[in-house]
Design a protein around this ligand. Sequence first.
Ligand code: ZN
Length: 185
Amino acid sequence: MEKITENNSSHLVNFVPVKSQLQWDEYFMLQAMLASYKSKDPHTKVGCVFVDENNHQITMGYNGAVAGIDESQIPWGNDRTVPLEYQKYGYVIHSEANAISHARGNLKGSRGYVTLFPCNECAKLIASQRVGEIIYLSDKYRDTSENRIAKKIFDLAGIRYRQLILDQTLVDGLQTYLSTLLKNL
Ligand SMILES: [Zn+2]
């Protein structure tokens, strides 16, 4: 065993170089993805998390019915040809609106991680809260008016937005890690 003396590198005793498996962007996007998984919406599951400049989580949410009501009593279908009272759109709160309404801290200057680019209604709330940046996974509704309005609101409010591409190897690595945790109980 190496003897520790003043002349050798005693500060390196028991030293193991360490590195996180995740960047902050990846870490929070995975949290938003996990939140989306909790949604009962059979067609579109969306999640988000808002974090401050110190990378501390302020709030998170997913799309769901109004808190406190029996979700089995509302229509979850997305058929827009029936009256609004028979559509999910009449009852469901988007993930960003849920997160903002339940936030305990100030969202000014925060970063919002969303699994889907916000709609115009949520963009209004996000801009009103003075959120600093939106990082999104999917922008599959980019050709809709709601999407263009949201981007216009963000541009006018000076809110930055950028897409985050998650590498498949990251998801595979996480899956392997989670399975390992379950095997070592
Ligand atoms: Zn929305």
